[in-house]
Design a binder for this molecule. Structure first.
Ligand code: UDP
Ligand code: MG
Length: 315
């Protein structure tokens, strides 16, 4: 029998410069997993770390076993790293989590319990989330917008401590999209999803790997990856703004005829503000269209979203 068939749980952890956290993460995670009756493996995806992450992982793997290290050729981003992990996962159930201990490994048995109740997708909601106020507010707004425009109703898209059945992972892997947002995509394939509350801690060591730019690009991926609504909003907003423009022109013409040219000069700055507003709307719209075209371009190129350097297996 193939060894892979015997594994029931694969834990997938993308790591990017996490040398500060690995020495804390592995003992805590292994203590939890050792209590399980299931056969398990932990798949670390080294996403092009430039510190000693890979060496640390290899050392731990050599002494403990149960570890697969997937080494990516360079930094491809968290979601691409998770996809690479999925491609190597042998488990019937697959759980993703972060390496920085913001997701407590102690929650894993609760996710497993949901699988055993027959759920095929276990989403999570962070209770008393430990992030900066800025991150929390931004993520609240995003969650709401995404729910509205994509029709996917998830309370918390951002938490990466989640469980997926093998079938869902296979469906996700078959998706040829270049960039995607795994938790949202997964809900499309789920027959019996559930969301549970999990606790959330502060990052144990090191710094967040997400800059504001990276966060914004993730939001844009989410919006354009799952809905055509932004394009429709463009159409409706465009029509309304154009109509308002025509009405404004009419008002100005009438007022000018009534009150003479003196009146119109005082409206110059109002006009300016409308011009800026219109120009802003146009640019915003163009940006969105550009984003869709960019996605089409990427899809047409069929570029892989990650490149494996090597897979190290320690059983
Ligand atoms: N990560 C990754 N590649 C990246 C950025 C992040 O593999 O380009 C990993 C990182 O090592 C961590 C997880 O993704 O395990 C979440 O990253 P982080 O904690 O920085 O995100 P935040 O909690 O600030 O959203
Ligand atoms: Mg984190």
């Amino acid at each position: 029998m193939n060894i892979q068939e015997e594994i029931s749980l694969s834990v997938i952890i993308p790591v990017y410069n996490e040398e500060a956290n690995i020495p804390m993460l592995i003992p805590r995670l292994f203590a939890v997993l050792a209590q399980l009756k299931e056969n398990w493996e932990v798949i670390f995806i080294n996403d092009g770390s430039t510190d000693h992450t890979l060496e640390l992982l290899q050392e731990e793997a050599g002494t403990r076993g149960h570890i697969v290290i997937v080494n990516l050729a360079r930094n491809f981003g968290q979601h691409a790293a998770v996809m690479a992990g999925f491609s190597q996962a042998g488990g019937k159930w697959i759980i993703t989590m972060d390496a920085d201990l913001q997701n407590p490994p102690e929650e894993i048995p609760r996710i497993l319990a949901e699988f055993k109740k027959g759920h095929d997708l276990v989403g999570t909601i962070r209770k008393s989330r430990r992030d900066t106020l800025f991150r929390k507010t931004a993520s609240k707004i995003t969650n709401r917008i995404i729910t509205r425009i994509s029709g996917i109703s998830l309370k918390d898209f951002g938490c990466m401590l989640r469980g997926y059945s093998r079938e869902i992972v296979l469906a996700i892997l078959q998706n040829p999209e270049y960039r995607t947002f795994i938790p949202a995509l997964a809900t499309f394939f789920a027959a019996n999803p559930v969301e549970i509350e999990v606790s959330h801690e502060e990052r144990a060591g090191g710094e967040s790997k997400y800059s504001i730019i990276k966060l914004l690009s993730l939001q844009l991926d989410l919006m354009t990856g799952f809905s055509m609504w932004p394009l429709r909003i463009l159409f409706f907003a465009g029509s309304i703004i154009a109509l308002l423009g025509i009405m404004l022109a009419l008002v100005i013409i009438i007022m000018r005829l009534y009150h003479g040219p003196g009146w119109a000069a005082q409206g110059v700055f109002t006009l300016f503000s409308f011009m800026f507003f219109l120009a802003g709307c146009q640019l915003f719209g163009l940006g969105l269209v550009g984003e869709y075209i960019g996605r089409v371009f990427q899809a047409v190129r069929h570029r892989p979203s990650y490149i494996l350097e090597k897979v190290y297996k320690f059983s």
